[in-house]
Every structure is written in structure tokens, then in C-alpha cells.
Design a protein around this ligand. Structure first.
Ligand code: SAM
Length: 344
């Protein structure tokens, strides 16, 4: 971790709940992971960037608003080509540490006509951070694991996924972007809630099927609302990409000693076969990981009749085997799905 990164992390301002729930530290972790494995990530980032460039090419004159949800450090957004097409750019993220990073990125750019983006630091669902904070409060004020689990189950069953402010506050949106965010909307709060429950009662929330299933159903409503909100910009383009499957792999003993040495094969060594299953350049054994969307399919979440291009799928080699201490002797890929919605 560089000194500047550390400084960004330490002085990240804003809603204290975001820091408590791990958004700035996860952002640092993501940046570290990217720096460690950037060649492996490149094909995935390029696919998102190419899709966004294709949309930018259809926007002739400058005007309107660009919303980037979960903008992070703009790794997968071709901002130098995209930003000059808009009058106003609003970047949304729950990690305040992204602001100085993006400001430095833009300050170093020589691209003419780059508008200065506005930053909205907070929960872009207007729901998950509140529910995680309510969980913290409930855990602290309830004496037993069982009583807490019953309260949580009831709370999660009733928790609403309201239309977020970004879906209501802008009237001139021409493009709304959500890259690698959808699955994260549940991931961060799930991690926080599970850790808080364990810390309070030394028990796993996962063992309580009622509370954990209703938590997942709440996240399902949040994801459905996210896509519905994107689709709600009827006259705008929308681009959404998300991981939809997780696979863990282990290189077999017969894999060449040179596996992972430069130059990497195209697609960082992983493509999808004609049935959509991962196909590795090296001999591997594969095991399916947890479903990041809890059985939801993105195609079912778009409103009927939304003008959609056919979806694309590709593999993202996110953790090369043994590149991290927690992944000694194995690695991980995600299968990503990408959707473009055209304006009506
Ligand atoms: C996988 S990262 C992708 C980042 C970005 N697309 C990039 O290329 O740098 C997901 C981002 O979504 C943000 N995020 C996750 N949950 C969020 C929420 N509820 N509201 C706003 N941002 C969120 C994270 O802080 C993180 O920056």
C-alpha cells in the first residue's frame, strides 16, 4: 500500500457508518488486488471499457448528465473518452477514499474539456447501510443470539428497498453506469452483519436459516430495485455489468511450470466455452463458489419491454492462484455479465 493510499484512507470523511461497515478498507483492498494482478484483470476491464466506448460513440453532441454508480477508482470506466460528452458528471460511491484518487487521476490528465465530476459519497441503495446499522443496534441491545436472530429475521423480512435518490433527482440523464456493483450491494453488508453477529454471540448468523434467508431476500429486493431504477431512465442509455458466478480453481500438478509467467495468454488464460462454462489455458480442477446473486438472474430483473442489447458474458481472472495469502494453492475467477439498455 502506497503512502498516498494510506493518507486517503486515514482522512476519508463522511458518514462514520460507512467506515465501520468496511467500505474504505475494502476499497483499499480492491486497489491492492488490482495492482498485484493488473495483467490478469486487464481483459475484464477492457471489455467494460469497450462497451462504454461503444455507447460514447453514439452520443454526438455534448450535454446532459452521466451517473456512475459504484464508480470506485474508475478502473473499468474509459473516463477520458466518456466525460467530455457530458455537461455534468456525478460519481457515486460508499468509499470516500475514491475522491482524492479520482481527483489526482483527473488532475494529471491532458484531455481537453474534461468536466469536473461531483462526488456523492454514501449508500447508493439508500437501504443497505441503514439495515446494517440497525442490525448493529439490535445486536447490542438484545441479550441472546436466538432472540436477536428472531428480531433480525422480522426486520429483514420487512426491510424496504426504496427508490434511491439518484433515480429521482436528475432530469437530464443521458447515461447511467453500474459496473461491478450489483453483487457488491449485498456483499459488504452481509460481511459486516455476519462478523458483527459472530463477535457479539460467538455464533454464525448463517446457522440461523430464517434470519440469513430473509437477509438474502432483502438483498434480492435491493438488486431488483437497482436495475429497475436504471431502467427508469427511459430516454437514457444504461450500462450494467456484474459478476454472476464465482469459480475457485486449483492448477493441476501437470500444469506447466511457466503458468502465469509473462506473456499471459489472451483473456488472462480463461475463456468461456460454447455452454458458458469456464475453459482454462492450463489444466485445473474447478469448484463452484457461492452464488453472488442468490439465484437471481439479471435478465429477469429488467422491466418487460426494456430496449436491451443481447447480454455479453466473459471470465474475470480476479485472483490468480497463490497471489494472496488467503488464496495459497488456489485461485478464483468470476463470470461477468454485461447489459446495455438503449434509450427509447
Ligand atoms: C467492485 S468495485 C468496482 C469499482 C469501479 N467500478 C472501478 O472500476 O474502480 C465496487 C464499488 O462499489 C462501491 N459500493 C459497494 N456498495 C455500495 C453502495 N451500497 N453504495 C455505493 N457504492 C457502493 C464500492 O465502494 C466499490 O468502490
Amino acid at each position: 500500500m502506497g503512502l498516498l493510499d494510506l493518507w486517503d484512507y486515514v482522512r476519508a470523511p463522511g458518514d462514520a457508518r460507512l467506515r465501520r461497515q468496511g467500505y474504505p478498507s475494502s476499497g483499499m483492498g480492491l486497489l491492492e488486488r488490482f495492482r498485484r494482478s493488473s495483467a490478469f484483470w486487464q481483459p475484464h476491464l477492457d471489455r467494460n471499457r469497450a462497451n462504454l466506448r461503444a455507447i460514447a460513440a453514439k452520443l454526438s453532441e455534448r450535454g446532459g448528465t452521466l451517473l456512475v454508480l459504484g464508480a470506485g477508482r474508475l478502473l473499468d470506466v474509459p473516463w477520458e473518452e466518456l466525460f467530455p460528452k457530458f455537461e455534468r458528471i456525478v460519481l457515486f460511491d460508499a468509499d470516500a477514499g475514491t475522491v482524492p484518487f479520482v481527483e489526482r487521476l483527473l488532475a494529471a490528465s491532458t484531455t481537453p474539456g474534461l468536466p469536473k465530476p461531483a462526488f456523492e459519497i454514501g449508500d447508493c441503495t439508500d437501504a443497505v447501510v441503514n439495515v446494517a446499522a440497525w442490525t448493529d443496534h439490535t445486536l447490542q441491545t438484545t441479550p441472546s443470539a436466538d432472540a436477536a436472530a428472531r428480531l433480525l429475521e422480522k426486520g429483514y423480512r420487512e426491510a424496504d428497498a426504496p427508490p434511491p435518490a439518484w433515480a429521482r433527482n436528475f432530469t437530464d440523464v443521458r447515461l447511467a453506469v453500474s459496473t461491478n456493483l450489483l453483487s457488491q450491494l449485498g456483499h459488504f453488508p452481509r460481511q459486516h452483519i455476519q462478523a458483527a453477529f459472530k463477535k457479539r454471540f460467538d455464533k454464525k448468523l448463517r446457522d440461523d436459516l430464517g434470519a440469513s434467508e430473509h437477509l438474502e431476500r432483502f438483498f434480492c429486493r435491493v438488486r431488483a430495485r437497482h436495475i429497475q431504477s436504471l431502467a427508469g431512465f427511459a430516454g437514457a442509455w444504461a450500462y450494467l455489468s456484474s459478476d454472476v458466478e464465482v469459480w475457485n480453481y486449483e492448477l493441476q500438478a501437470t500444469a506447466p511450470q511457466t503458468a502465469f509467467k509473462e506473456p499471459l495468454p489472451p483473456d488472462a488464460g480463461v475463456t468461456l466455452d460454447e455452454r458458458g462454462a469456464p475453459k482454462f489455458h492450463w489444466p485445473v480442477s474447478l469448484e463452484r463458489g457461492l452464488d453472488p446473486l442468490h439465484d437471481q438472474r439479471i435478465r429477469d430483473l429488467w422491466p418487460k419491454g426494456a430496449p436491451l442489447d443481447p447480454p455479453q458474458r466473459w471470465a474475470w481472472h480476479i485472483i490468480p492462484q497463490s497471489s494472496e495469502d488467503a488464496h495459497r494453492g488456489h485461485g478464483r475467477i468470476h463470470i461477468v455479465e454485461a447489459w446495455t439498455k438503449r434509450p427509447r
